[in-house]
Design a protein around this ligand. Structure first.
Ligand code: GTP
Ligand code: SPV
Ligand code: MN
Length: 583
């Protein structure tokens, strides 16, 4: 029940369309969470895990056909196709509603309709935005509790604001043929049916905080980005905040929770966010970021004491695991875990390596941010944190050096627009194929990328105080397929260089693609890196990069006349310089 008639009448209307057996308004209390957990334990949606070693941890096995986002079934519905852009699947709003409403007809019979009010961002922040998700999935409710500020406080703010994003979700019958994730940005509405998984079903995350919010952000002059936010405190006590955009499963959670290596004593890392940042210019034209989320839906495989002790310990209590394997002792298990042996795979079958991996490669943990020992107290600050640098990155075996710095904001926008990365298991489809993923937003921008780049460029007209822009690649490989860079905690060595550049404390090697570090400025003491590898990581081949810039140019031109001239000019002048250097 609510005093806001727009909300009450929407809930009533959805209920008469979907015909649930019961309606429950979620308050977000701990007792409610526990009650929902018990319910799911009794109906088999969840199972317990080893209570002694993993207190308050549960396992959910999703339908084997429902284990990742489904970009091919995700639509942005606008009157004009060009407003959604070539970067989105598009449908006319009337057609979208008609198609998906037919699937919602009566879909909640025998189920409970949960009304889930949530606030993305600190409850008292002017930058925060609210939404209400209606769902028939108890799993969604408990995930929303862990990952957002959900319940009575959010409802109060919604009643005060009078506006909210409407998200309608049903797991439907989980038939991939009847699965759609639709966005109606002009109506601030999301409708999702047929999936109970992650970004398809937890509508506050990608659907609201990225696709709908990016559309709102453009109208209102801010940015909604697929970025982690991390604070780096030096031994001298100086803290810098970085916002880093890497595509799905390319290292955001790990960088946000980084543990400084022994070689860098005295450094401290503070996590603000691991997936999404909302960025605003403040009254001093300083870019500031808040994390709209308050929990993590993180990749499990690869997490261990060596790669990320913080994350490893964080998920040993009060965590929901989705699609991991289990051991004989009923502990969760995944590829990359250093102890235990899987006996049951992610589908609940006796583990047999002939069936593939024990844990699904996109298996996930859901955990409240407060479980993170390095959670920054400023994550709750209504004004967010000032951003010193924006860092783009991707997963690229070849070509992209360890780090480089853009020469200007406009150049940085080109660097972001040209991001390419190998596809991962976070989306259904082929893995390991290099594709363009501008600003790591290919699956998440709620409007035409050409307009999005123009919006990014417009920040240079509004502030002379913008962060520097960098690009990193932790995933460069040797010809034998070994990573050239150790990654994880050692990435701090690179972040240090980035900060030193922001503070004008270190020189660099100017190349056509930007400023690269002089090899001696990346501290590699104690690392097992050959001089050849370091050379490969800190230099470029102008011939290969010329081909890359040409490919970026072709990609940009596919956006046609909406493409901002400034971006084309950046691409052309860098390509020309590379041509001269490589001839
Ligand atoms: P989403 O939640 O999908 O947005 O992913 P993410 O960007 O947060 O990626 P995450 O940090 O979960 O890392 C994804 C995978 O990459 C995991 O298997 C990690 O172990 C691995 N990984 C993360 N950082 C590094 C790194 O620096 N080097 C290497 N080699 N692997 C890494
Ligand atoms: C991603 O794919 O970028 C994720 C996971 O963060 S999901 O919530 O499923 O989108
Ligand atoms: Mn993500």
């Amino acid at each position: 029940m609510t005093t806001l008639s727009a909300l009450q009448s929407w809930v009533d209307q959805v209920a008469s369309h979907t015909r649930p057996d019961a309606i429950r308004w979620c308050t977000g209390s701990d007792a409610e969470y526990q009650e929902m957990i018990e319910k799911m334990l009794s109906d088999g949606t969840l199972t317990t895990l080893n209570e002694a070693r993993y207190p308050n941890c549960y396992l959910h096995r999703s339908d084997p056909s429902d284990v990742a986002r489904v970009e091919h079934l995700t639509f942005v519905c606008t009157d004009e196709e060009a407003d959604a852009g070539p970067n989105n699947h598009w449908m006319k709003p009337e057609l979208g509603h008609k198609k998906i409403d037919a699937l919602f007809d009566g879909c909640m019979q025998g189920r409970t309709l949960y009304v889930v009010p949530y606030c993305m961002g600190p409850i008292d922040s002017p930058y925060s935005r609210c939404g209400v998700e209606i769902t028939d999935s108890a799993y969604v409710v408990v995930n929303m509790k862990l990952m957002t500020r959900m319940g009575s406080k959010a409802l109060e703010r919604i009643e005060e604001d009078g506006s909210f994003v409407k998200g309608l979700h049903s797991t439907g019958d989980l038939d991939p043929e009847r699965r759609f994730i639709m966005h109606f940005p002009h109506e601030l509405t999301i409708k999702s049916i047929g999936s109970g998984y992650g970004g398809n079903a937890l509508l506050g995350k990608k659907c609201h905080a990225l696709r709908i919010a990016s559309y709102q952000a453009r109208r209102e002059g801010w940015l909604a980005e697929h970025m982690l936010i991390v604070g780096l405190e030096s031994p001298e006590g100086e803290t810098h905040y970085l916002a880093c955009a890497f595509p799905s499963a390319c290292g955001k959670t790990n960088l946000a929770m980084l543990i400084p290596p022994e070689s860098l004593p005295g450094w401290k890392i503070w996590t603000l966010g691991d997936d999404i940042a909302w960025l605003h210019l403040d009254d001093d034209d300083q870019l500031r970021a808040i994390n709209p989320e308050s929990g993590y839906f993180g990749v499990v495989p690869g997490t261990n004491e060596n790669t990320n002790k913080n994350a490893y310990e964080m998920i040993m209590h009060d965590t929901i695991f989705t699609n991991v394997a289990t051991t004989e002792d009923n502990e969760p298990w995944w590829e990359g875990k250093l102890d235990g042996t899987p006996t049951t795979d992610w589908q609940g079958r006796v583990f047999d390596s002939a069936n593939g991996k024990a844990a699904h490669p996109n298996s996930r943990f859901t955990v409240a941010a407060s479980n993170n020992p390095c959670y920054s107290s400023l994550a709750e600050a209504p004004a967010g944190v000032p951003i010193s640098a924006i860092v783009f990155g991707g997963r690229r075996k070849e070509l992209a050096p360890l780090v480089y710095e853009a020469k200007s904001w406009q150049h940085g926008v080109l660097v972001g627009a040209g991001v390419a990365s190998e596809t991962t298991a976070a989306n259904v489809g082929e893995v390991g194929v290099v594709r363009r993923d501008p600003m790591a937003m290919k699956p998440f921008c709620g409007y035409n990328f050409a307009d999005y780049w123009a919006h990014w460029l417009s920040f240079a007209e509004r502030s002379e105080n913008l962060p520097k822009i960098f690009h990193v690649n932790w995933f460069r490989q040797s010809s034998d397929g070994d990573f050239l860079w150790p990654g994880f905690g050692e990435n701090l060595r690179v972040l240090r260089w980035i900060i030193a550049r922001c503070e004008n404390r270190v020189g660099a090697n100017e190349t056509p693609i930007g400023f690269l570090p002089n090899a001696e400025d990346i501290d590699t003491t104690g690392l097992n890196i050959s001089a050849d590898a370091l050379q490969a990581l800190t230099s470029i081949d102008c011939g290969q990069w010329h081909a890359e810039l040409k490919s970026v140019g072709q990609y940009l031109e596919s956006f046609g006349e909406r493409l901002p001239d400034a971006l084309r000019q950046q691409q052309e002048s860098i390509a020309a310089e590379l041509a001269t250097r490589s001839s």
